[in-house]
Design a binder for this molecule. Structure first.
Ligand SMILES: Cc1cc2nc3c(=O)[nH]c(=O)nc-3n(C[C@H](O)[C@H](O)[C@H](O)COP(=O)(O)O)c2cc1C
Length: 350
């Protein structure tokens, strides 16, 4: 089996567990995946939602939780590879990256916008960096920018396709146009672009594919396209070790294919979620009142949004599933039981 070489660390299996906010992938899930030989990833998005001062001082609560969740993961996997997912769209992304580096993150994976400043924010540390891209165009833009501005390249690249969960890097029309075949071509193009930069810097940059990787045949399909590994998120939600409330996991198990829909996040980006009373109300043009702003996204006007994404995602992780934004990947309907992380890894790489 292939492994992933990330700096001086090598995984036992070619797997990254995708970062899932808010609170879905914290120290427990990431630590367990790292212990099993993959890369465990903690999401920094409103990570401090359980801190007592989160409502009053979310910025500080989040920084404190970055440290404590990393500690939790390290206790589970002292020698494992543990990283953070920090979305560029977050208002506090620079502070989150600095805190993750300080906490000893092995890697920062960053998308939801182009992570142009990631090399500067991690400079002088041993933390490796990986952009998330969805098209060859965005791969070219970010790798060219890093090459020109910082004279360096990525340590790993994540290709996130149309079947992923959470916010998606495509316009709604693009999502409708892609077929598995046409996106397969895009994957090949991105791999070729990354290879070009790897050759320029005399390094091998591993490329992993995310979005709809649910079983062994999915892993095989993208490895046959030339990927070095996979990033998997949705399938880890229905594990014992996932950090979310059991009612969130059960919502995945109950969901049918038809319940999984493309929705608009308050800031206009498309995302994928399970249909529920909350989302029906939003889609019917309703407006959901929200708590005082927790300052999560740069591009958000609290007075105008139909609902607050922080409120929606915190309700989800706490298990208030009818009043929540239930982000999920396209294959969430396949979940039919709660598994262990170890069993998921067996199924993926059998
Ligand atoms: C519940 C959920 C939350 C997510 N949150 C984030 C996030 O905070 N940041 C991010 O970059 N990606 C996020 N994602 C995307 C995943 O990291 C991953 O790349 C993608 O979902 C992979 O596809 P899969 O879910 O089909 O395996 C999220 C996905 C899910 C399902």
């Amino acid at each position: 089996m292939k492994n992933l070489k990330i700096g001086d660390k090598i995984t036992r299996i070619p797997l990254i567990q995708g970062g899932m906010g808010v609170g879905i992938s914290l120290g427990r899930l990431a630590g367990t995946v790292a212990k099993e030989g993959g890369v465990g990833v903690i999401s920094s998005a409103q990570i401090g939602y359980r801190e007592p001062d989160f409502d009053r001082n979310p910025a500080e609560a989040n920084l404190r939780a970055i440290e404590s969740e990393m500690k939790k993961a390290r206790e589970i996997a002292p020698d494992g590879i543990i990283g953070f997912n920090v979305m560029t769209a977050l208002k506090e992304h620079a502070a989150h990256i600095r805190a993750a580096v300080k906490a000893g993150a092995d890697i920062i994976i960053s998308g939801a916008g182009l992570p142009t400043e990631l090399p500067a924010l991690t400079e002088g540390s041993s933390t490796r960096i990986a952009p998330i891209v969805s098209t060859d165009k965005s791969a070219n833009v970010i790798l060219k920018y890093w090459d020109r501005k910082y004279k360096r390249t990525a340590d790993l690249v994540v290709i996130e396709g149309p079947e992923a969960g959470g916010h998606l890097g495509f316009k709604k029309e693009e999502l409708e146009q892609y077929t598995p075949q046409s996106y397969g071509e895009e994957i090949r193009k991105i791999i070729a672009t990354v290879k070009k930069y790897g050759e320029k810097y005399g390094v091998e940059i591993p490329v992993v594919v995310a979005g709809g990787i649910y079983d062994h045949s999915d892993v095989k399909r993208v490895m046959d396209l030339g990927a070095d590994g996979v990033q998997v998120a949705t399938r880890f939600v229905t594990t014992e070790e996932c950090d979310a409330d059991i009612r969130y996991k059960e919502a995945y198990i109950r969901a049918s294919k038809e319940d999984i829909r493309i929705v608009k996040s308050p800031v206009g980006m498309p995302g994928r979620a399970i249909m529920n009373p909350f989302m029906k109300k939003v889609m019917d043009g309703g407006k959901i009142s929200h708590s005082p702003c927790h300052g999560c996204l740069t591009k958000c006007s609290p007075a105008e949004i139909p609902y607050c994404i922080t409120d929606g995602l915190i309700s989800a992780v706490k298990g208030d599933v009818d009043n929540a934004l239930l982000f999920c990947g396209a294959k969430a309907y396949k979940a039919d039981k709660i598994e262990t992380v170890s069993a998921v890894i067996q199924a993926l790489f059998a």
